[in-house]
Structures are given as C-alpha cells and as structure tokens.
Design a protein. Structure first.
Ligand code: URA
Length: 262
C-alpha cells in the first residue's frame, strides 16, 4: 500500500469529512501503534501501522470505484417500487457497500460512477467543486451560434442565479437528420445533436437549459465526468471497475475541484 497521511486514512475508515476527521483528532482518541496521535499530517502505512479510534481498530479496505453504462428506464436509487434501479445491474462482490455518485434521470443513459468512498464522492458532488460533466444530446428543434453564446453566458432556468458558463458544441443539425427527426417524432424535421459540458448539477439541468432555448431534449447520454470518459466497450447495463490510473485521476480531480488540466 505504501505511506499515506493519517487524515486521509481516517476520512476513509471513519467515513468522515475532512473537518470531521480534524475534530476526531483534536479529541485525542486516535492512536497509532498504541500511542495517541494528534497530527493529521502524520504518515502511516495501513499494511504495517495499527490505527484505532477510541480503542476500536480501523481496518483499511481498498476503496471501490465502478463506472456503469446506465441504460434508460432505470432510476438512480437503491430501491424503487416501480422501476429497475441502477443497483440491479451491479453484481460486484462488494455491491452492498456501493452507492451512485450523483443522479441521472430515469430516461438518461451513460456514465454513472458507483463507489463506497463517501468523502470523495461527497467532494465531487459539492456545488463548490464544479466538476465537469459532458452530455451528448439530441433535441427537437434547431440550435445556432446564438444558443452557443447563450450557454456560454449562462441561462436563466428559474433559479436564483443563471447557470454557470456551459460549453455547447453543435454536432449535426437539420437536413441530414431526417431519420433522427422521424425517430424523435418531429414532423418539422428539425433535430439537432450536440455535446454540452456543464460544471454544476441542478435538477434536470440540461433539459431545462434546452427548454429555455425552445428545444425539447429527446435523448440524453452522459459521456464524460470528472475527466473520465465512458468506456465505449461497455454496453448499456454493463459496468467495470475504474483502472488505478482512472481512480487516481478522479481523486486528484476531487481534491483540486476540477481545476487541474486533463
Ligand atoms: N440533466 C438532465 O436534465 N438530466 C440528467 O439526467 C442529467 C442532467
């Protein structure tokens, strides 16, 4: 495992926030190899050192991070009376510990992380962290450069403030999309495909932003979050563990609030 800071170890094993860990340390109830320890920066090796809180040994378990290609028609919750849930697709041996990081709507597809690591997940979802999420979207209607500018400036979706600047990239629009227009039940024939990147997570945010621009979202898929792209090899309903490199990248992202370059 190698050496790590005591406060990081405690965040995971106690499932506490950074400030929660500070409090526990201040109380003087944390000990390392039988000796009381007050310093968050103390380096420990979880394979070698014995850490306890109020006499209770803290056992280090490797954290688990999965990416699921969420299919449409399932809810992002642990249980639901009417629909399948994302957990129904997870047959990982440590499934019972896992929870989804954020939410996608019932009909939204794409990248959803699941983890047992509460502190990092919490940090990623915190509004102050501005984690980037990119969606592929098909809308009924036509998008133009004016919409690109509106997204960049922020859109009034009826909240206290406008949305933060978002990047809209129009991929295909209009005449060459007759098949898609038929599928979207759009007799005018105006359908547009685009990618949009936002760095906040208001309720139904993407659908509301497009609705404000006069377009209805008919298909929505998250393709990237926190610097990690949905694995194209994963069919809808399939999951895989994140690689070590991806897990590290995600942690760096959560630490820096998405400000580092990937
Ligand atoms: N925005 C939405 O409107 N729905 C989602 O599922 C995600 C983002």
């Amino acid at each position: 495992m190698g050496a790590m800071r005591l406060d990081k170890f405690l965040e995971k094993t106690l499932q506490e926030s950074r400030s929660g860990v500070k409090k526990e340390l201040k109380k003087g109830i944390i000990s390392v190899n039988g000796e009381p320890e007050l310093h968050p920066e103390r380096k420990i090796d979880p394979d070698v050192d014995r850490v306890s809180a109020g006499g209770r040994p803290l056992i280090w378990e490797k954290s688990v991070w999965l990416m699921l290609h969420k299919p449409g028609g399932c809810v992002t919750a642990a249980e639901d009376a009417g629909h399948r849930t994302v957990m129904d697709y997870i047959d990982h041996p440590r499934r019972a510990e896992l929870f989804p990081v954020g939410r996608l709507d019932l009909d939204t597809e794409g990248l959803l992380f699941l983890t047992n690591e509460g502190a990092t997940a919490h940090r990623m979802l915190s509004p102050s962290h501005h984690v980037e999420k990119t969606y592929f979207v098909r809308v009924r209607g036509e998008l133009t450069d004016a919409d690109v500018r509106a997204f960049a400036e922020g859109i009034d979706i009826g909240e206290k403030k406008k949305t933060l600047p978002a990047e809209l990239r129009i991929l295909r629009s209009g005449a060459d999309m007759a098949d898609e227009a038929r599928d979207a039940d759009c007799p005018s024939g105006k359908v547009t495909e685009a990618e949009v990147t936002i760095c906040e997570g208001k309720f139904h945010q993407i659908k509301r932003m497009f609705a404000r621009q006069g377009c209805e979202v008919v298909y929505l898929k998250r393709i990237r979050m926190a610097g990690i792209t949905l694995d194209e090899k994963l069919a809808p309903g399939r999951w895989r563990e994140l690689t070590k490199e991806e897990t590290e990248r995600l942690h760096t992202y959560a630490e820096t609030g998405g400000s580092s370059d990937f």
